[in-house]
Design a protein around this ligand. Structure first.
Ligand code: NAD
Length: 157
């Protein structure tokens, strides 16, 4: 991760875990980080960590399943300049035996992990990474969809 100084980056699910680590790494490289998360306190804490290390960060409460919240947060961040990178990291699951699952759990998983990313369709951004983490294999990487170039030369469509 080099050459990111001054880049303006959105990381979804940046309020904890892998997303927070990704935010901190961008911050270390001098990028300006927009921490998007359903959990506003978590997002604010991530922003404070980056700011405390001399980096630039802003926290935004944004549920990725809510297009209105995403549009509002994107517009606020974009008011400060163009967006260079989008990291679609936010996700959710509840691990339990298949026979103990119900329709509500499946709907929530699909709404967040699949359709959540749709809330960013049309967002003007130069590059895009989508979560694909294999336990124990290191940091998040673009999925195969993320490898596909688009007409605009970006990743993950
Ligand atoms: N940790 C793993 O081993 C692992 C394995 C496979 C995939 N993943 C994926 O990697 C991503 C990060 O995992 P993690 O372990 O850091 O999880 P985590 O639960 O620590 O962090 C996920 C973050 O996303 C946020 N979030 C959840 N739903 C949201 C929504 N609707 N809108 C906005 N933010 C939302 C949460 O508040 C949380 O801050 C997730 O997408 C997860 O599915 C993780």
């Amino acid at each position: 991760m080099r050459g990111l100084s001054g880049k303006r980056v959105i990381v979804t699910g940046g309020g904890s875990g892998i997303g927070r680590a990704v935010c901190e790494r961008f911050g270390e490289e001098g990028a300006e980080v927009a921490v998007f998360d359903l959990n506003e306190e978590g997002a604010q804490e991530t922003a404070r960590i980056i700011q405390g290390s001399g980096g630039k960060a802003q926290a935004f409460k944004a549920d990725i399943t809510d297009r209105g919240q995403v549009d509002k947060a994107v517009a606020e961040f974009e008011a400060g300049g163009p967006i260079d990178v989008l990291v679609n990291n936010a996700g959710w699951d509840e691990i339990k035996p298949f026979l103990d699952t119900d329709a509500g759990l499946w709907k929530k998983v699909i709404d967040i992990n699949l359709y959540g990313n749709r809330s960013f369709q049309g967002v003007p951004v130069s590059a895009c990474l989508i979560r694909r983490v294999v336990a124990g294999s290191g940091p998040p990487r673009p999925s195969t969809a993320g490898d596909l170039p688009t007409a605009r030369g970006r990743s993950c469509g």
